[in-house]
Design a protein around this ligand. Sequence first.
Ligand SMILES: Cc1ncc(COP(=O)(O)O)c(C=O)c1O
Length: 314
Amino acid sequence: MVAPHLGRHPDDDDEMNTATHTAATAGVDTAGAGMAQTVYLNGAFTPLEEARVPVLDRGFIFGDGIYEVVPAYARRPFRWPQHLERLKRSLAAVGIGNPLDDAGWTRLVTELIARHEWADQFVYLQVTRGVARRDHAFPQGVAPTVFAMTSPLVPPAAELVAQGVAAITLPDERWLHCDIKSTSLLGNVLARQAAVQAGAAECVMFRDGFLTEGSASNIWVARGERLYGPPKDNLVLTGIRYGLIEELCERTGIALQLRRILREEVQVADELLLSSATKEVLPITTLDGRPVGSGRPGPVFAKLHAAYQQAKAG
Ligand SMILES: Cc1ncc(COP(=O)(O)O)c(C=O)c1O
């Protein structure tokens, strides 16, 4: 049986959200939960439909910016200190001055959540290098553009957890700084689109014969009771779930090793998992149309998924 496709669900990662140009510009509620969204732009809260950035914003012109996606459960940001640290690392990596201090970022996220009634939300934060006459080199004396919004977070459907999802393999054709959570996501967008066109939820990418990650998720390989993940280097985005999965493996007695993983090892895996802020952990049960292991979610997934639910509640 073909594993279900994730579809274009409102809880999908930023680049695959359901908000269409037409819907957004027509002022239609794009959150899918019957509540107007208030967003934050450069110091002010404003309705989503009214938020505007100038066309010379370097985020628009060059994709010159960074972002974060922070899940919140029961109105509390989950692993917020880790997301804040990664946000600061991304800013430093691309040489954009941090526009807010830690307390300022925390206040912004807290207030955005407080302004929306959804119990579970995912907060999107974006900082671009700001507005300047078009020139590749950094402009001087320009304030970064700070944008934040929140949307309802719906956990993956029970059917996906029970059956797993389909993925396809693809060559990783992105740049060599996948460790930076940059808004320049064209490589990821094209990879996800190839997966969608193949009827799959995600892709599993390889560079030089080794596993990297998915278009919007990290990928994990299980052999027996052992879990393997690619090293935390420049070829993958170190998801906030990396640290979480390390903790959950320790708690549940799963041996975890981060190392380079050959394509051949992925092809004979007992289990393949994906992880991301909005997808939590999900089993990949078919790869390129063939079953992964037994073709059913396995025991490593079951343990991690249960531990993940406990961590969310705790
Ligand atoms: C390319 C990529 N890798 C990995 C991840 C997982 O990161 P996190 O666990 O912080 O959501 C994401 C998240 O969207 C991503 O876009």
